[in-house]
Design a protein around this ligand. Structure first.
Ligand code: GDP
Length: 284
């Protein structure tokens, strides 16, 4: 296992997030819709306590829509509401706003019963690096950003962003690091671009990707690289990588071929793929 995981690092992030949790009504946990399990951080569950919490399946434009539906059902069964979002193209913000207000309906009803008109909902975004926290923040805040300044008891330099949606957002999202004790999770994070490419060797990641597609997206794989079904069945995944390397004209440069395959996955050459399959993680 090459990935380093620094407990000290993790603890610091955890404490920071925990401190800030106290200041908000609701936590928006952002995950990569291609990896709704692997891009979650188990630490959050331990510290989130009774706090209201929803999951944003961001980058849904890259994920398999059928699987995104499955994941929403899966989270709902576990008691957490989720919503898909494509922050890059600004799709799904309305649903997100409705969900936030829905989750806080008791609180909102109280405000309204007491005649409080200009109540604000306080929220913060949390997630591992690269899931799109800053992009979402910008989308939610939109053009009419107004920094409301420090408040007593609030961590220094911690500002609230006022938004049109009646939501105040902490201006710095909480960053949690992915916890990678299953090498499969590491491969998936590498494939999505969430962790630095140099942490894993590209051929490991490419072989992981090819193997996953052979299992779940075989037609897409065959079409994209014009592979014959019998050829596919008659070779192991490392053999398939060797054959593809030749086919790409890269001689025996498996690294180059691996990087191409990883890039092709990221650029949707095989269509929209979700690498976490609901249920898969509970069997082990
Ligand atoms: P952060 O590290 O969580 O703050 O992530 P960023 O907001 O910096 O986003 C990381 C990368 O993902 C950037 O290149 C964004 O353009 C991209 N990104 C963010 N949201 C989406 C999305 O919904 N779809 C796609 N395709 N890319 C996104």
């Amino acid at each position: 296992m090459v990935m380093q995981w620094y407990p000290g690092h993790m603890n610091k992030a955890k404490n920071q997030v925990q401190d800030r949790l106290k200041m908000v009504d609701i936590v928006l946990e952002i995950v990569d819709a291609r990896l709704p399990f692997s891009s979650r951080n188990p630490v959050l569950e331990q510290i989130i306590d009774q706090k209201k919490h929803i999951i944003i399946l961001n980058k849904s434009d890259l994920a398999d829509p059928k699987r995104t539906k499955d994941w929403k059902v899966n989270f709902e069964q576990e008691g957490t509401k989720s919503v898909e979002l494509d922050a890059k193209h600004n799709k799904g913000l309305g649903k997100l706003k409705d969900l936030i207000r829905g989750e806080l309906s008791d609180k909102i009803a109280k405000y309204e019963a007491n005649g409080v008109k200009n109540y604000r909902i306080k929220a913060m975004c949390i997630g591992i690096p690269n899931v799109g926290k800053s992009t979402i923040l910008n989308r939610i805040v939109g053009k009419n950003v107004a920094v409301t300044g420090n408040r007593p008891g609030v961590t220094k330099n911690q500002n609230w962003l006022k938004t049109d949606l009646g939501i105040d957002l902490l201006d710095t999202p909480g960053i949690l690091w992915p916890k990678i004790d299953d090498p499969k999770v590491g491969m998936k994070l590498a494939l999505s671009g969430a962790i630095k490419d140099k942490i894993y060797s590209p051929d490991d990641v490419a072989i992981y990707a090819l193997n996953f597609m052979e299992t779940y997206y075989i037609d897409e794989l065959m079409d994209a690289y014009e592979i014959d079904r019998t050829d596919l069945y008659n070779s192991t995944t490392p053999e398939l990588l060797m054959n593809l390397t030749k086919k790409f004209g890269y001689k025996d440069d498996y690294d180059k071929a691996s990087r191409k395959i990883i890039n092709d996955v990221r650029k949707l050459r095989f269509g929209r793929i979700t690498f976490d399959v609901p249920g898969e993680f509970y069997e082990e």
